[in-house]
Ligand binder design. Structure first.
Ligand code: AMP
Length: 147
């Protein structure tokens, strides 16, 4: 749990799917569907202008009966984007997801985007770590009984 999220990014890769600030909701959703992801970052040049997730599609677009083809992404994205540094731990990231009720975290260092960590990445990592720990304990116990 003290493992830095940079370790998860090394395994996952640093690709972040983005759209430009001039995009419509339909274009952002197309990007999400194409890459089977739940969020896109909205960029103004190199700068992060916002984040748009499937929950925003539900609440701010469908819930408000907006037309995705003509709704600008800037109207429905979240502008105050929470980010983390690569040294943030898995534990801290899990706490942030729970506290802020979000599931996506762009990882940045010195203003540069290094990747995106989702709640799915974190839970997969935790499950794999537990499985590996349980297996090594099992081998230890079995070995101990044989000795
Ligand atoms: P999610 O659970 O990630 O689908 O997002 C729930 C809500 O939080 C949506 O309104 C998102 O736009 C927003 N959100 C998701 N991730 C972040 C983030 N890293 N910073 C700020 N808002 C976010």
């Amino acid at each position: 749990m003290n493992t830095p999220i940079s370790t998860l990014l090394e395994q996952k890769g640093g690709v972040v799917h983005t759209v430009k600030v001039v995009a419509t909701v339909a274009e952002a959703v197309r990007e999400m569907v194409k890459h089977r992801i739940g969020a896109v970052l909205v960029l103004d040049g190199e700068k992060v202008a916002g984040i748009f997730t499937e929950r925003d599609v539900l609440r701010r677009v469908v819930g408000e009966e907006l037309d995705p083809k003509i709704t600008p992404i800037t109207q429905v994205m979240t502008t105050n984007v929470l980010t983390a540094g690569p040294e943030a731990s898995v534990q801290q990231t899990m706490e942030l997801f729970a506290e802020k009720r979000c599931r996506h975290l762009p990882v940045m260092k010195d203003g540069k985007l290094l990747g995106m960590i989702s709640i799915g990445d974190v839970s997969r990592w935790v499950a794999n770590t537990h499985r590996a720990e349980a297996e090594s304990l099992r081998q230890y116990i079995t070995g101990g009984l044989q000795a």
